[in-house]
Design a protein around this ligand. Structure first.
Ligand code: FAD
Length: 321
């Protein structure tokens, strides 16, 4: 019996959300008195794999294969399933990232496992149960799911648990899964990144703007503020609908749900559908010229003022430091 965590890589490197998933999986292993193994897919350097030991991974199964170098949903799900069976894992943890959202249900079906996607806390094992908490109804409520199956799959929301060190020296083991050719019907040969900006779902800091910005020509100051903070940029739905910004930046009920440590909302009214995707941010700062804007009700800090005056001042102040 063990806990298995899938460690997703981007260009051979692990993101912070992976270290969070490993930290979470380690805590689950401690709760259940079992060991923690990780499975890494892609051609990842040994020193990068060793990093996983910092967060408690005792063993790392490393799959090196040119066919599996880039993410392929069906094939990766098959590899993780096989790794889980090899390790006799009764809990499989992964990050609820773009790829995690596709993988988790596939793995759960293959292993006949119960699944909680978007977990936000460690399981509660009181009374022999296995209860996992997640956000429900677009962040307006919590759902607590009892996993009663022998094998359980948990997809952890990024930024929900934090990174916790628990250093061990991991054993790195080469793993050659028996992937079926049907799982490799499509393979990704090359990934060309359109931007090297901070990726929105993983971002710890997000600068977001809405229709109050009046037009796409005014996004320069938003980009500059985000650049100075090392933040990702986001926007409200009407902004992406109007093609002022790409759809990949649209957050909310019908866009991406994020939970950064800091969300700065500029010229966004705070409609319920927008809040659905951002209300689990740790700290919310709102800049709006209307003191009655609904966003102020959920803000930790608010500035009532014209974005075209406030944002340049913020930029100036940040540059001065
Ligand atoms: P507005 O509502 O027009 O607000 C602009 C704000 O900017 C106002 O509060 C105004 O006071 C302020 N402002 C204006 N000028 C300035 C200035 N110079 N300085 C500072 N502040 C200024 N929306 C989403 O964002 N995400 C979703 O996922 C989403 N899903 C939806 C799903 C459905 C089914 C529906 C019906 C709607 C959805 N919406 C979504 C739309 C949502 O209801 C709102 O219409 C939208 O969020 C409003 O965007 P906004 O705040 O940018 O614009």
């Amino acid at each position: 019996m063990s806990v298995l965590v899938y460690v997703e890589q981007v260009d051979g490197k692990f993101k912070k959300s992976v270290f969070e998933a490993v930290s979470y999986a380690k805590a689950v292993a401690a709760q259940t008195g079992t060991n923690l193994s990780a499975v890494a897919i892609g051609n990842i350097a040994e020193n990068e794999l060793q990093e996983l030991g910092k967060y408690g991974a005792e063993k790392v199964l490393s799959v090196t294969s040119d066919e599996l170098k880039n993410f392929v949903n069906q094939a990766y799900a098959a590899v993780i399933t096989e790794a889980a069976q090899k390790e006799g894992a009764d809990v499989i943890v992964l990050s609820n990232s773009f790829s995690g959202k596709g993988l988790a249900p596939r793995i759960a079906v293959k292993l006949k496992a119960g699944l909680v996607d978007g977990a936000i806390e460690l399981p509660n094992l009181d009374g022999g149960k296995f209860l996992v908490k997640k956000n429900a109804f677009s962040g307006k409520a919590f759902a607590i799911t009892a996993l009663t199956s022998a094998v359980k799959v948990i997809a952890l929301n990024p930024n929900a648990f934090g990174v916790k060190e628990s250093p061990v020296t991991p054993v790195i083991e080469a793993f050659a899964p028996a992937v079926q050719s049907s799982d490799l019907a499509a393979i990704v040969k090359e990934i060309v990144r359109a931007t090297d900006k901070v990726s929105l779902p993983d971002a710890e800091l997000v600068v977001s703007a809405g229709r109050g910005l009046k037009g796409p020509e005014n996004w320069g100051m938003i980009e500059e503020l985000a650049g100075l903070l090392g933040a990702a940029t986001a926007c409200s739905k009407p902004v992406s609908d109007a093609d002022w910004r790409p759809h990949s930046e649209h957050v909310g009920q019908t866009g991406i749900a994020i939970s950064p440590n800091l969300y700065i909302a500029i010229g966004i009214s705070g409609a319920i559908q927008h809040l659905a995707g951002v209300s689990s941010s740790k700290v919310i700062v709102v800049i709006n010229k209307d003191p009655e804007a609904p966003f102020f009700k959920v803000a930790d800090y608010g500035i009532v003022g014209d974005a075209f005056e406030v944002v340049p001042k913020l930029i100036e102040a940040l540059k001065a430091h």
